[in-house]
Design a protein. Structure first.
Lengths: 110, 114
């Protein structure tokens, strides 16, 4: 367990508004990831980080940005939320072979 | 590009029966393969992983999976289902153990009948 927390756990927002989701870990893991989960798609990687200020795109990065200014925090930002970004968002952290997942954030864009 | 196909979005078995969840992958290099389980309203938990050592991998909760290169498969099995095994199961592949950018299958929901 990497002591991963996500905030908020639930959020409803309107189309066009900015949204930031936070992932916090307590185990000093190097790698952190953001995924989205949608029915019929499993989980898809949005962005990941391999160290402080080091990030890269995943499979579905359009419309999302990330930042990692401290080892323990990885932020996901939707600059202008769209209805297609309604999803459950999971954060994960890893040091060796196993990714540890947070409890998820359910985001609804109306 | 790597990909994962899980055959059957829903599988239902009786308590005590064999569990078989199917996963086929596509990868241009020797893959790293994973099975994760997700209980309702929770994050994912690693069941087991294949990282090019033994082809038969044993995981938690009595699950195991066998890597078959010739069939590009990594099916998950458990000899005797328990009610607590009801969950969603995801197979995932990574071509790079450094960044470990996982590509997931669409998931299989396992239901256990009493």
């Amino acid at each position: 367990d990497a002591g991963i927390t996500q905030s908020p756990r639930h959020k409803v927002t309107e189309t066009g508004t900015p949204v930031t989701l936070r992932c916090h870990q307590t185990e000093n893991h190097r790698y952190m990831y953001w995924y989205r989960q949608d029915p019929g798609h499993g989980l898809r990687l949005i962005h990941y980080s391999y160290g402080v200020k080091d990030t890269d795109k995943g499979e579905v990065s359009d419309g999302y940005s990330v930042s990692r200014s401290k080892t323990e925090d990885f932020l996901l930002t939707l600059e202008s939320a769209t209805s297609s970004q309604t999803s459950v968002y999971f954060c994960a952290a890893r040091e060796s072979a196993e990714q540890y997942f947070g409890p998820g954030t359910r985001l609804t864009v109306t | 590009a790597q990909s994962v196909t899980q055959l059957g979005s829903h599988v239902s078995v009786s308590e005590g029966a064999l569990v078989l969840l199917r996963c086929n992958y596509s990868s241009s290099v020797p893959p790293y393969l994973f099975w994760y389980v997700q209980y309702p309203n929770q994050g994912l938990q690693l069941l087991l992983k294949y990282t090019s050592a033994a082809t038969l991998v044993k995981g938690i909760n009595g699950f195991e999976a066998e890597f078959k290169k010739s069939e590009t498969s990594f099916h998950l099995t458990k000899p005797s289902a328990h009610m607590s095994d009801a969950a969603e199961y995801f197979c995932a592949v990574s071509e790079d153990q450094g960044a470990q950018k996982l590509v997931f299958g669409q998931g299989t929901r396992l239901t256990i009948n009493p």
